[in-house]
Design a binder for this molecule. Sequence first.
Ligand code: PLP
Length: 402
Amino acid sequence: MDDRRRPPIAEPQANTGWGPSTRLVHAGLESNDTTAISVPIYQTSTFSFDNAAHGAELCQQTGPSHLYTRWGNPTTHALELALADVEGAEAALAFSSGMAAGVTAVMAMVASGDHVVAANCLYAGMTELFDHVLPPLGVETTFIDPAVPDAFEQALRPNTKLIYVETPANPTLAITDLAAVAEIARRHGIFTLADNTWASPWNTRPIELGIDAVIHSATKYLGGHTDVIAGAAVGSREWINQVWPYLKIFGGCPSPHDAWLLHRGMRTLGLRVDRQNASAMEIAKFLDQHPKIETTFYPGLPDHPGHAVAKRQMQGFGGMLSFEVAGGLEAGRQLLDSLRLIIHAVSLGGVETLAVHPASTTHSPLTPEERRRGNVTEGLIRMSIGLEEPQDLIADLEQALA
Ligand code: PLP
């Protein structure tokens, strides 16, 4: 007798009434049908069929199934249940990177002849998609100031299919009023997609504010430990079913081991982000009063132009900030070269504090005009605040500025 066990595709738990921290610890475990407390890593590329008819049936499925790991995998599915839960959505798909998630989600929504309205300040890879990859395929994008809700409405055309935003924006911290944009889009029957990487779902849940779907570079706050590259798309079950065939074709599935690492990281999201929110606020205040800092961009500061909206839609103001040093690019470079504790590297959202000069690194693939359009100035320094003692980070900044 064949008594091998076929891992089931679990459904999300019914509403448990649990609070967000409890849910972070337990979400996704419903798909674990073993007695191991941690979800097993199904490090396999493929799954055996019961018989020929079963193989043929699985190959006809139009959603994730345990057939081949690019189609779906039990470890990844546990993660996907947790991703949907943390964003307050029906369903999710995990990807091999944030770019895989973003590109796959956008390609599932647009076709030749369509128009997109996108924020003028985004992660550079997504700007490159809209500005360089999609136009030869017949998809045009209008870039607008994401801090002005009316700008979205004014940019709409009869063929607009998608509104794409990121808030707070990378690297300027521009804030988009998600509820206002969702309301405009709903009136015109346009799909809204938000990159929620910078806020993290602990601070902002766009779907609860009316946005249709969310993508993530899960490499950042969701993973949280600077040890995995991954992405996520989260939304209604109907939308996820629409995106899944593109995931299957483009092939951006995560490895089961990375899915497991990401799921493990997510269980401490709340603790980490609460601490990062508090430390970033402290550091923003320090920078804001420092004579060598010209401008500090942090939505928690009362004079930030997006402060009132951020207060409404964010539970905390996040762990990301940026600033301009007096003396411009040269002074900024000197500051980065003088840091002793803060690590000079791209990426963000991990346990360690990182600093970077966007114009010459993360946003260097863009043309100077594309950077100007998004207000990515030459002297801007971006920081991702980690879990170190804020006093140690301030002391490092103080000595570097001196
Ligand atoms: N979205 C945002 C806001 C990002 O900051 C990044 C990467 O820095 C991405 C998407 C791309 O994610 P990944 O590097 O995981 O592909």
